[in-house]
Design a protein around this ligand. Structure first.
Ligand code: 5CA
Length: 439
C-alpha cells in the first residue's frame, strides 16, 4: 500500500476523552472513530488488525475441530422467553420492536439461537460431539462503555457452543477450548492466563476467564508468579485426545490464579510470599460448562444409545475479538506509539523514503516495495512529500514491526537501514538482502 493513496487519518493531538493508552493510540493512529457511545467504526488500519485477529481465531478454532457458522445479530424475543432469559437479562439487552409489533433484540450472546438450530436438525447421539461457532457483532447496553473498544456496547465476539451426550464429553470440549485458546493468544504474541472465575448471566458450574496482565485492566487478579513462566509453545496437540487436553488443562490451572470473584485468601496465603502476585488484568475470553441449562427448557435432546431421549450437555466459549485489538496495544506500546506483534500487525514493514522526489531514492523504494510485496509481505510505503521526521513519527505511532529507511546517502554506499520497532536497533543492509532478512 502506498501511503499517498491510503486513508490513514492520524491525529497530532492526544484526544482528551481517552483515558488509557490503547484508546488514545487507536484514535491517534487512525484505527477507529467513535460513532456513538461505545460504538465504533473501524478505519482501514484498525480493520486490518481486526481481520488478522479474526483470521487467527478462525484458524485455531478449526484446528480444534470446531465448525464455523454465522448467525444474525437480531434475534426473536420468543426464543429467549423459552430459556427464561428474556426477562432475566435486564437493561443490558437492547430490545427492539419491528413494524409488526414483534419483540426482537440485538443479540448479547447466542446460546438460545444455537440451541434452536441444534434441536431443529440433530436428533441422534451419533452426530455428537459437535461444536459450532461464529464471529459476530454483539450488543450489550453497558452502563459505562469506556476505554474505547475494550468495553464497547457493540463489540465483535467469537462465541462457540459445544453439544455432547454426557457431562464427561462436554468437559473434554471445555478442555479442548482451553487448549485452543492458549494457542490462539500465544500466536498473537499475548500471554493470557486462565483463571477460575464466576459465571454471571451465562450460568453454569465451571468457568475460566483468560486474562492479559495490564495495569489498566478492569479486573483484580491474584496468582502464583510461577504461572507466568508457562508457555504453550509449538507443541503438537491431538484435540481428540482426552488425556492430552486434560494434561494441558492441569498444567495451566493447578497453580493458583483467580479473579476477585473467586479469590480465596486462605489458599492464596499458602503460596510462598515471594511468589504471590496481586495485579490487574484484561479479560480477553471466557469458557463455560453449563450442562443442560438451555437444552432442557428448550427441548434440545438426542436419542441416546439406548433409544431414550437425552438432553445434551453444553458449554459456551467466547473470545473478545474487538477487545483484543485494545488489549494487544495495552501489552505492546511505548511512549512513541504501538508495537505490533508480527502476526497481527496491519502491515509487516514500512518503507520510509527520506527524500521523496530524488530519482535514486524513489527507484530504490519502488524496487523494494515490489520485491517485498512479491515475497508475501504486507508493505506500507510512505511515499508522501513529507519531512523525514514526520514520516518516522507516523511509523513509530502505527507500530509496524520493521521499518526500512531509504535515502540518497545510504544508497551511495549501497545500503538501506533496517530498524526493529520493538528494540529500536538498526542495521545497514544491502537492498537486495532485505527480503531474505524479513521472511
Ligand atoms: N456466551 C458466552 C461465551 S460465548 C459469553 O458471552 N461470554 S462473555 O460474556 O464472557 O463474553 C466473551 C468475551 O467477550 C469476554 O471475555 C470479553 O473478552 C468480550 N466482551 C464482553 N463484553 C464486552 C464488551 N462490552 N466490550 C468488548 N468486549 C466484550
Amino acid at each position: 500500500m502506498r501511503l499517498s493513496r491510503y486513508f490513514l487519518p492520524v491525529l497530532k493531538e492526544t484526544p482528551a476523552e481517552a483515558q488509557i493508552a490503547s484508546h488514545r493510540l487507536m484514535l491517534r493512529a487512525g484505527m477507529i472513530k467513535q460513532a456513538s457511545a461505545g460504538i465504533y467504526s473501524w478505519l482501514p488500519l484498525g480493520y486490518r488488525v481486526l481481520r488478522n485477529i479474526e483470521r487467527i481465531v478462525h484458524e485455531e478454532q478449526q484446528r480444534a475441530g470446531h465448525i464455523p457458522v454465522l448467525m444474525p445479530t437480531l434475534q426473536s424475543a420468543d426464543l429467549w422467553r423459552e430459556s427464561g432469559r428474556y426477562d432475566a437479562y435486564g437493561p443490558e439487552m437492547l430490545r427492539i420492536r419491528d413494524r409488526h409489533d414483534r419483540d426482537m433484540l440485538y443479540g448479547p450472546t447466542n446460546e438460545e439461537m444455537i440451541t434452536d438450530i441444534f434441536r431443529s436438525h440433530v436428533s441422534s447421539y451419533k452426530d455428537l460431539p459437535m461444536t459450532l461457532y461464529h464471529i459476530q457483532w454483539k450488543f450489550r447496553d453497558e452502563v459505562r462503555p469506556r476505554f474505547g473498544v475494550m468495553r464497547g456496547r457493540e463489540f465483535l465476539m467469537k462465541d462457540g457452543y459445544n453439544f455432547d451426550l454426557t457431562k464427561e464429553d462436554a468437559l473434554h470440549a471445555y478442555n479442548r477450548h482451553l487448549v485452543s485458546y492458549l494457542r490462539t493468544y500465544e500466536r498473537m504474541g499475548l500471554q493470557a492466563i486462565p483463571m477460575r472465575a464466576d459465571s454471571g448471566p451465562i450460568g453454569g458450574d465451571d468457568t475460566h476467564e483468560f486474562l492479559v496482565l495490564a495495569e489498566t485492566g478492569e479486573s483484580e487478579v491474584f496468582y502464583d508468579s510461577e504461572i507466568t513462566d508457562l508457555k504453550f509453545g509449538d507443541r503438537e496437540i491431538d484435540y481428540d485426545s482426552v488425556e492430552q487436553c486434560q494434561s494441558v488443562l492441569e498444567e495451566f490451572t493447578s497453580r493458583y490464579a483467580r479473579t476477585d470473584e473467586t479469590h480465596d485468601p486462605a489458599i492464596f496465603d499458602q503460596i510462598p510470599e515471594e511468589r504471590r502476585r496481586v495485579a490487574r488484568g484484561i479479560e480477553v475470553g471466557q469458557i463455560f460448562y453449563f450442562g443442560t441449562k438451555y437444552s432442557e427448557p428448550m427441548g434440545a435432546t438426542v436419542q441416546g444409545p439406548d433409544g431414550k431421549p437425552v438432553a445434551v450437555h453444553m458449554g459456551s466459549h467466547g473470545i473478545g475479538v474487538s477487545r483484543l485489538a485494545g488489549a494487544l496495544i495495552e501489552a505492546n506500546h511505548d511512549e512513541k506509539g504501538i508495537i505490533w506483534p508480527w502476526e497481527v500487525a496491519p502491515f509487516h514493514v514500512g518503507i520510509v523514503n527520506v527524500k521523496q522526489g530524488d530519482a535514486t531514492a524513489d527507484a530504490a523504494c519502488e524496487a523494494l516495495y515490489k520485491e517485498l510485496t512479491a515475497a508475501g509481505l504486507e508493505v506500507l510505503y510512505d511515499d508522501r512529500e513529507e519531512r523525514a521526521g514526520a514520516k518516522f513519527a507516523t511509523m513509530d505511532l502505527i507500530g509496524l514491526p520493521k521499518r526500512i529507511t531509504v535515502g540518497p546517502r545510504g544508497l551511495e554506499k549501497g545500503v538501506v537501514e533496517l530498524t526493529d520497532r520493538r528494540t529500536g536497533e538498526s542495521e545497514e543492509i544491502k537492498p537486495e538482502l532485505v527480503a531474505a532478512a524479513l521472511t
